[in-house]
Design a protein around this ligand. Structure first.
Ligand code: SF4
Length: 489
């Protein structure tokens, strides 16, 4: 990228090192099925937004410099009232504007499209970047508005009801000068051969380059402490402490953080005294339940709105004694229609009426609670299921810690440590996000029948693997309890 675009600028605001790296393309790009879907969906939403501003001219050209010249020409063309996807270049900056609309007297309004049903503060930064570039380019815009999705929209309604306009002029105008004042300094730092020196801060925690940047070669980083507050982090950083081992004994930590610290210092795993009770309270026969769902900005079925969540498939393992699988039930819905009723009746049938139902985290419980509202006639049976749910992640979080968990407890983090032989590498679909996306592509009619068959097979395999992982984790925890009992004899 020859120019400083929005991504580089916004990343710079998070961290100058990150902005510098973004300019040089050394930030890992997520090019999986999920980012392909987001792009696909955004393009449809952009096209839909154009219908609100009829007779516009699309300023897009394959060469950016040509596109920028064309956009400028359109701005001064009195016959053009609306411009879509217009590039503007000013000094070293490049902005792409979703929609520019000319009102009477050549008053210009900028519309930024966001495929979200809610306003987010970060959108102001996005719009202010565009506003800064337009100001530098000498294009005078009087109004800045966000075009976001309406949660009241339902499948099949007119496109005019799909969007809501939120005027953000006041907020953007407050930011423009701040950005203009920073802009020259940012150009200088971003274009410099020398990378700005990285320093530890809260943003580093979820930074895509953490392991190759400030976290490189550091074992037991303070980020491995669960739920570290900003205040605690700032105190540690100010004292130059980046690893758990260096935290002084009088530094205040939560109970969970103390457990992690102790495991790091002793190298021993943590097993709580209560683990035995938790494990003994799980009733036979044992069920292990995993759901997958879909949620898209563009509603998929009648009577539903943007981002409505649909249960799409389940996998249930049943064991009589832990590890001894006696049944496996699985189900995936017809992607062409709303199958919430069918799938709900199916898992109710398979889960029967006795025995504990193990899940990993709260997802399945929350889906079932929502289904109780949708199908009041099934709420008694669903409530019975909810009461039998045992959250294995919660049991681990409270009662077991391995120093290799690095402060995490998600199934994808703990499984390779507890059960290294069970891995997802051979699967075509390896995580929940890809599962959601694969289903969404099918439901939106993008895949042909052969690809649908293949995708459904892959989805079933993925869901079954997540469920099987719970069978093994349960067994692992039983073994831990038994080992501990024999030590204490
Ligand atoms: S890890 Fe921290 S210092 Fe390094 S680029 Fe990311 S935010 Fe900046």
């Amino acid at each position: 990228m020859k120019y400083i675009n929005k991504a580089i600028f916004i990343n710079y605001l998070r961290c100058p090192t990150l902005g510098w790296m973004t300019k040089r393309n050394i930030i890992p790009k997520f090019i999986g099925i999920n980012s392909r879907f987001l792009k696909f969906e955004r393009e449809i939403i952009l096209e839909m937004s154009h219908k609100l501003f009829s007779n516009g001219v699309n300023a897009w050209k394959s060469k950016i410099d040509v596109a920028a010249l064309y956009a400028r020409e359109l701005i001064f063309n009195p016959n053009v009232k609306t411009i879509y996807e217009a590039y503007f270049i000013a000094t070293d900056y490049l902005a792409k504007i979703d929609i520019l609309k000319k009102y009477d007297g050549n008053v210009l309004s900028l519309f930024e499209i966001k495929p979200s049903t809610k306003y987010k503060f970060k959108y102001i930064n996005d719009m202010s970047f565009d506003a800064m570039v337009l100001a530098k380019a000498g294009v005078n815009v009087q109004r800045y508005a966000l075009l976001h999705l309406s949660s009241d929209y339902r499948f099949g309604m007119d496109v005019s009801r799909f969007f809501k306009i939120l005027d953000c002029t006041d907020k953007v105008e407050l930011k423009i000068n701040e950005f203009l004042n920073l802009s020259d300094e940012i150009i200088e730092i971003i274009k410099s051969k020398n990378m700005p020196r990285p320093y530890l801060k809260k943003n580093c925690k979820n930074c895509p380059v953490f392991n190759t940047c400030i976290g490189k070669g550091i074992k037991n980083h303070i980020f491995d402490l669960p739920h570290l507050s900003t205040a605690s982090l700032e105190r540690l950083v100010t004292s130059g402490i980046d690893t758990i081992c260096k935290i002084p004994s009088d530094f205040e930590l939560t109970k969970a953080q103390k457990i992690v610290k102790n495991c790091v210092l002793t190298g021993a795993n943590y097993v709580s005294k209560d683990l035995k009770t938790y494990i003994h309270n799980i009733k036979q026969p044992f069920y292990y339940l995993d759901f997958e769902s879909v949620s898209t900005a563009l509603p998929l079925y009648e009577h539903v709105g943007p981002y409505s969540q649909f249960l799409t498939q389940f996998s249930i393992y049943k064991t009589d004694i832990a590890g001894n699988i006696i049944d496996h039930y699985e189900y995936i819905v017809d992607q062409k229609k709303d199958c919430r009723r069918e799938i709900t009746e199916k898992f109710i049938e398979y889960l029967d009426i006795e025995g504990s139902i193990m899940t990993y985290a709260n997802f399945e419980r929350n889906i079932i609670l929502k289904l109780m509202d949708i199908f009041p006639d099934l709420s008694g049976k669903l409530d019975g299921i909810v009461k039998r749910i045992v959250d294995l992640e919660l049991i681990i979080r409270k009662n077991y810690y391995d120093v290799n968990f690095h402060g995490r407890s998600s199934i994808k983090k703990v499984l390779p440590i507890l059960i290294p032989e069970l891995d997802y590498s051979h699967l075509k679909i390896k995580n929940g996000r890809d599962a959601v996306t694969a289903f969404a592509f099918m439901a939106m009619g993008v895949y042909g029948s052969k690809k649908i068959k293949q995708t459904k097979r892959n989805l079933l395999k993925y869901c079954a693997m997540d469920t099987l992982a719970m069978v093994y984790i349960h067994q692992f925890l039983i073994d831990v309890v038994e080992r501990n009992e024999s030590i204490n004899l």
